[in-house]
Write a protein that binds this ligand. Structure first.
Ligand code: PLP
Length: 440
């Protein structure tokens, strides 16, 4: 091995992965890890899927790259048609990016331009939510509500108004019905709009199911419909970030389909290309698109790798596999199975306060005291210990933690591939159980 030149996320060099086979990753020592989180909910088909590998190899040898200032490609057109077909309502125009963060950046610019085209130049405020994550580029970070991620860069971040998330386990009052709580959570947006002045607000951004920051938190029934109504009433664009929970991860192509809402703009990433290529997308309604197209003509944005043909070919193959193998149905059945395995193992655990999620995006939250929901001391960084312990056992889990007013603790996120078997789910929950016992 040569000298160290890669800047890693950690001070120590992580193990070197050399191969992936289905749900397994294999390192240079030959150790096998069951990948229960797909990295950060990325690998939705597992590793080494031959059809996707063949599709991207074919694309790379035939046409590896074109700049979107000169050409489009067959892969980009076909993928966009497929995404439009699978998306609800008139969400039928697709802008490609190379990552989720870039999708959020493009979505924010599109929202701003939409209002400019309509002559509403004063609309510049973004409202987003605490305990959310929209990416690590500066615009996306500003729109995110992850306190520790923001802290070092606060002076560089644009001003974004943050309201409380819809997080029933942590924020609902005892005895409050989900419907009453959802209405109250949505009213936080209404109040913030009134405070800023509706004519100054351009968009509201939220993850449909909160992923990395709070751990697989779905909205309560009715919350997003109320949000939709508030946005409409105030002329504000509703942007749903489905970088983690979209692309089939929760059992429908877009997770918001399950909430009966159609946002104006939705962002995708991760599962879209399933890790075979870095690709993200912004999907907008024909109303948003037409406003720009009939105004100045096009989004004033662009990056060198937009609509990369190999990325699009990989994502197209991923979506074809999902369809051919009826994997959305499998997400639903495997999600139900995973949820019941988690309930069996942790349902009465004194330090597991909540088991939650949607489809194959599930999490457990660790608490010091189940009755008071008091989190463990964040200094203990239990979620990081859990990740390390699990990895030693050959299990990959996605840890998260952080506090909001001392209220939210450590969680462990699971996001196995859509083609996971029941036996693999049992192994995952068994190993996770051992990890939880070991770190508490
Ligand atoms: N939005 C959500 C909901 C995410 O979970 C993530 C990544 O975890 C992002 C945006 C940023 O995506 P990327 O890391 O691909 O830039």
């Amino acid at each position: 091995m040569g000298a160290e030149h890669v800047l890693h996320r950690t001070t120590q060099r992580p193990p070197m992965a050399v191969r992936g086979e289905g749900i397994y990753l294999i390192d240079e020592q030959g150790r096998r890890y069951i990948d229960a989180c797909g990295g950060a909910a990325v690998s939705c088909l597992g590793h080494g899927h031959p059809k996707v590998a063949a599709a991207l190899s074919e694309q790379a040898s035939r046409l590896e790259y074109v700049h979107t200032g000169f050409f489009t490609s067959d892969a980009a057109e076909r993928l966009a048609a497929m995404v439009a077909k699978m998306s609800p309502g008139t969400l039928d125009r697709v802008w490609y990016t190379s990552s989720g963060s870039e999708a959020i950046e493009a979505a924010l610019k599109l929202a701003r331009q939409y209002h400019l085209e309509r002559g509403e130049k004063g609309r510049r405020h973004v409202i987003a939510r605490r305990l959310s994550y929209h990416g690590n580029t500066l615009g996306a970070l500003a729109a995110g509500g992850s306190a520790w991620r923001r802290l070092p860069y606060e002076p560089l971040l644009m001003d974004v108004a943050l309201v409380d998330p819809c997080f029933e386990y942590r924020f609902a009052e005892p005895g409050e019905s989900p419907e009453a709580y959802g209405a109250k959570a949505a009213n936080a947006l209404e109040r913030e709009i009134a405070r800023l002045g509706p004519e100054t607000v351009m968009c509201f951004v939220a993850e449909t199911v909160v992923g990395a920051t709070a751990g697989a938190v779905p909205p309560v029934p009715g919350y997003l419909r109320k949000i939709r109504e508030i946005c409409d009433r105030n002329g504000i664009l509703m942007i749903l970030d489905e970088v983690m929970c979209g692309s089939g991860r929760t059992g429908t192509f877009l997770s918001c389909e399950q909430d009966g809402v159609v946002p104006d703009i939705v962002t995708l990433g991760k599962g879209l290309g399933a890790g075979y290529q870095p690709i993200g997308a912004v999907v907008c309604t024909s109303e948003v698109y037409d406003t720009v197209a009939n105004g100045s003509g096009a989004l004033k944005h662009g990056q060198t790798y937009n609509a990369h043909p190999v990325g699009c070919a990989a994502a197209l193959a991923v979506q074809q596999v999902i369809r051919e193998e009826a994997l959305l149905d499998r997400v639903n059945s495997a999600g139900t199975r995973l949820r019941s395995l988690l309930a069996e193992r942790f349902g009465n655990h004194p330090h597991v306060g909540d088991i939650r999620g949607r489809g194959l995006l599930q999490a457990i939250e660790l608490v010091a005291d189940r009755s008071t929901k008091a989190p463990f001391d964040p200094e203990l960084a239990l979620h990081q210990h859990a990740k390390a312990d699990a990895m030693d056992r050959g299990l990959l889990i996605y840890p998260g933690g952080g506090t909001i007013d001392g209220r939210h603790g450590d969680h462990i996120l699971l996001a196995p591939p859509y083609n996971v078997t029941d036996e693999e789910l049992e192994t995952i929950v068994d190993l996770l159980g051992d990890t939880v016992e070991a770190v508490l």
